[in-house]
Design a binder for this molecule. Structure first.
Ligand code: FE2
Ligand code: FE2
Length: 194
């Protein structure tokens, strides 16, 4: 049976990928329709990506999963170093992206290309990071970690559940998540189409 922690990691990766890709297609849809961007919505989505998957999810990996894996499989050291460094630089990258959005909001159209480029770069960075975890790390973890390792990880990962994945959401994020889904224009979310 797949350990709960592993399933939660997979689910959170899928949810994060959905949110990131939605931002990309939404941005393109706004451009295509010539509709002014809903900055409040984009700020909410970036805030969500920053707070929930980026900080909580990555913290669990860096602080719990990776140290256990380093102990059991020293050969994974280099790839875990790279992923840990991604976790660190991810915080700065999302801050830059939030600033690029603010620039677009405050300075107008001239700043749209910079935000679009920054978003594209950030999405690609996150998707590649998760691809490496999914292909080089999680399959090894499933093979080598022991049942007591999984008991520790399961308990830790159950504490941060993501509303996007269908698990009971952490209360602090429930309202934010609902607000995002309600406002994302159809067919991507529940809001009115552009
Ligand atoms: Fe990660
Ligand atoms: Fe991850």
């Amino acid at each position: 049976m797949t350990p709960a922690a592993l399933k939660i990691i997979h689910d959170e990766h899928a949810a994060l990928a959905v949110m990131l890709r939605t931002m990309g297609v939404l941005l393109a849809a706004y451009r295509k329709h010539g509709t002014p961007l809903d900055f409040t919505l984009f700020r909410a989505m970036l805030f969500y990506v920053d707070e929930f998957p980026q900080r909580l999810h990555h913290a669990k990996e860096s602080d719990l999963l990776f140290p256990l894996l380093r102990e059991r499989v020293p050969a994974l050291g280099p790839v875990l170093d790279r992923l840990t460094s991604d976790h660190r630089s991810g915080s700065a990258a999302i801050r830059d992206l939030e600033h690029a959005l603010l620039g677009f909001e405050m300075m107008g159209e001239a700043r749209r290309p910079a935000f679009e480029q920054a978003l594209e770069t950030y999405v690609a960075f996150c998707l590649e990071h998760m691809r490496i975890e999914e292909t080089q790390v999680l399959p090894v973890a499933e093979q080598v970690l022991r049942s007591d390792d999984w008991a520790t990880l399961d308990a830790a990962f159950r504490e941060n559940r993501d509303p996007l994945t269908g698990h009971a959401p952490a209360d602090d994020y429930r309202e934010l998540f609902t607000r995002i889904v309600d406002k994302v224009p159809a067919p991507f979310g529940l809001g009115p189409a552009l």
